[in-house]
Design a protein. Structure first.
Length: 86
């Protein structure tokens, strides 16, 4: 899976915003923190949830279950709005 080309990513300070282009069915914005931003950046290339979790484990000192929960939440929300190509 990877982030659809119908969505743009903008980083501003500690906030990341995902915005649809005119081609996306979703209209609105999705905002998130640094963790959200890291996950979105990893989704710019074709990857899996497990690969994202593994990479996040090397960057953050957090329990695996916490990282899994965050990744599942972000991926699930992006999937719901059609922001992922799978």
């Amino acid at each position: 899976m990877k982030l659809s080309s119908d969505f743009l990513v903008h980083h501003s300070g500690k906030e990341t915003v995902v915005v649809p282009t005119g081609n996306a069915a979703f209209s609105g914005i999705v905002k998130g923190n640094d963790t959200f931003g890291e996950i979105v950046e990893l989704l710019k290339k074709d990857t899996t949830e497990e690969e994202i979790i593994t990479k996040m484990m090397t960057q953050y000192d957090a329990p695996r279950k916490t990282i899994e929960k965050d990744v599942t939440f972000v991926v699930g929300n992006l999937r719901k709005i059609g922001a992922l190509d799978e």
